[in-house]
Ligand binder design. Structure first.
Ligand code: THU
Length: 300
């Protein structure tokens, strides 16, 4: 294995696969002369800050830290360091140990938000960066920084780490979800597909009830499924209906605003009509967790 992840059970299986592929892609790009592996720890800001302080004397959190196990000569990288790598041969892994990489998933989440790409992509990017460091790369000089940047992009693309879920996919998933609607009273089928910041999608449809008020809208079915699955940060929602533009109802806008100050809202109907807005536009001046209700309750 090219990567040994501490506490692998705690890692989302889809992310796990992408991390493995990213590490493998980095080794292949480098053309390592013997099988190699790195050890990855995914942690939070407080923990990475403690490590940063202890190992580097820098008392602040960071996104990624790498600790090469090999003492590369100036300008040398793993491909030219066969003998040195063999000194770190690990009999259990049947591979040479490159070093430790630590990533703050909390920082990764913040950065994914800031860059507007999936969380999984950010974590994989940070892993690629760490892999290059443990293979002897650094970014002190501008040209070295450019080399690293190019290799990181190449690794992510060869590992097929998605840049983003495309709007077309989201809309198609919402249309599919619409087919699962239970709407014997209104005959108004609605489907929704919610995209989490880490690139996962959650679908839902409207589920009606003989007591009309007990009906659940498609959007809320999707939100509740997502939150139940542990997703709390969202990037977009696509909503599909047959007859008219299914802009979310007031209750759904309010439920969405509990989990995100803003997100893209795409609607599709009829013969492939599409329109787009944002939650902030659809629910201005909203009452949300940011309104301080938790403070009033004396909670965090
Ligand atoms: N509906 C949704 O699923 N989402 C909305 O945002 C608006 C309305 C459903 C509820 C009901 O089953 C049907 O559409 C007609 O109101």
């Amino acid at each position: 294995m090219s990567l040994v992840i501490a506490d692998p059970g705690a890692v989302d299986p889809a992310l796990f696969e992408q991390l493995m592929r990213t590490a493998q892609a980095c080794l292949e790009l480098e053309g390592v002369p013997v099988p190699c592996f790195a050890a990855l720890t995914l942690t939070d800001n407080a923990d990475i800050q403690a490590i940063n302080k202890e190992r580097r004397g820098i008392d602040r959190p960071t996104d990624v830290l790498s600790f090469p196990a090999v003492a590369y000569a100036n300008g040398q990288t793993a491909r030219d360091a066969r003998q040195k790598l063999l000194r770190g041969w690990d009999a259990d892994e049947h591979a040479a140990f490159l070093g430790d990489i630590v990533i703050s998933t909390e920082k990764a989440c913040e950065q994914a938000h800031a860059y507007g790409h999936p969380y999984a992509r950010e974590v994989c990017y940070l892993l690629a960066h760490g892999m290059l460091h443990v293979m002897g790369y650094d970014h002190v000089k501008k040209e070295d920084q450019e080399t690293m940047r190019k290799m990181e992009e190449a690794a992510l693309s060869s590992a097929q780490v998605a840049t983003s879920v495309l709007d077309g996919e989201l809309l198609a998933l919402a249309r599919q979800a619409m087919q699962r609607s239970y709407s014997p009273y209104s005959h108004f089928k609605v489907g929704a597909c919610l995209l989490s910041q880490d690139g996962r999608t959650y679908v839902g449809s409207n589920i009606e009830n003989a007591a009309y008020g007990a009906t659940n809208c498609a959007e809320r079915t999707a939100v509740f499924t997502a939150v139940h699955d542990g997703a709390r940060e969202f990037a977009a929602i696509a909503i599909a209906a047959e007859k008219a533009a299914p802009w979310p109802c007031g209750v759904c806008r309010q439920v969405l605003s509990e989990f995100c100050a803003d997100l893209r809202v795409l609607v599709t109907w009829g013969d492939g009509e599409v329109a787009e807005s944002t939650l902030a536009q659809l629910l201005p001046h909203s009452f949300s967790p940011a309104s301080g209700v938790a403070d009033l309750l004396g909670k965090e």
